[in-house]
Design a protein around this ligand. Structure first.
Ligand SMILES: Cc1cc2nc3c(=O)[nH]c(=O)nc-3n(C[C@H](O)[C@H](O)[C@H](O)COP(=O)(O)O)c2cc1C
Length: 180
């Protein structure tokens, strides 16, 4: 598919067919994420793929407990990818300090957008999930200190075709040569 088509056709998909995603396809999505640019090329990401139903269900019990229960729909996704951050390399952390910008989060955003667009390209639906209990998720995955599950990405064959969500108009978000 053309990039322009991929971008406009992508939706957050929260209902999936009850069939597994081939590992080759999941890996192709992750390969797209791997190639993303990052501040000082620090590549501050790691992806834990949860596609074993038992392990995934046990993970979901922790990650979507309490106030995070509204993310329980994701239990039915055949694949959940836990996106693990670190704070970037030394040079990018110096950049964070002076710019007061968390570049590693920008970097992760770019890599995950690569991931979801490649998913779209392969006929898969996806959804970003930021609403989870990160502490419980980290404990479940036995993450070392300093690593965090920033968000999850669900993947699967879509069982719904969501309507486009509204966007601000072009004029509202773009101005040339001055801020207005
Ligand atoms: C960083 C981020 C976090 C998100 N977290 C959630 C979430 O926890 N649960 C959810 O259902 N959707 C989540 N979404 C999906 C957004 O709700 C969705 O992208 C937005 O409504 C626009 O819809 P669209 O993706 O179909 O264009 C998240 C999206 C992003 C980019």
């Amino acid at each position: 598919m053309e990039l322009e088509q991929l971008i406009s056709a992508r939706r957050s998909v929260r209902k999936y067919e009850n069939r597994p995603v081939e590992r080759e396809k999941t890996n192709a999505c992750l390969e797209a994420a791997r190639l993303a640019p990052s501040a000082c090329n620090s590549q501050p990401w790691h992806f834990v793929v949860l596609d074993d139903p038992e392990i995934k269900n046990a993970f979901c019990k922790e990650a979507f407990s309490g106030v995070y229960a509204m993310s329980k729909w994701a239990e039915k996704a055949p694949v959940l990818i836990a996106v693990i951050s670190d704070a970037g390399n030394f040079t990018s952390r110096i950049g964070n300090f002076f710019r007061k910008t968390e570049f590693y989060l920008v970097d992760q955003g770019i890599s995950c957008e690569h991931l979801v667009l490649r998913a779209q390209d392969l006929g898969l639906g996806s959804c970003w999930i930021g609403w989870l209990n990160s502490d419980k998720a980290a404990k479940f995955l036995k993450l070392p200190k300093g690593k965090k599950v920033e968000h999850l990405i669900s993947l699967g064959y879509p069982a719904e075709s969501p309507a486009p969500r509204p966007r601000k108009s072009f004029e509202e978000i773009v101005s040339y040569n001055e801020y207005k």
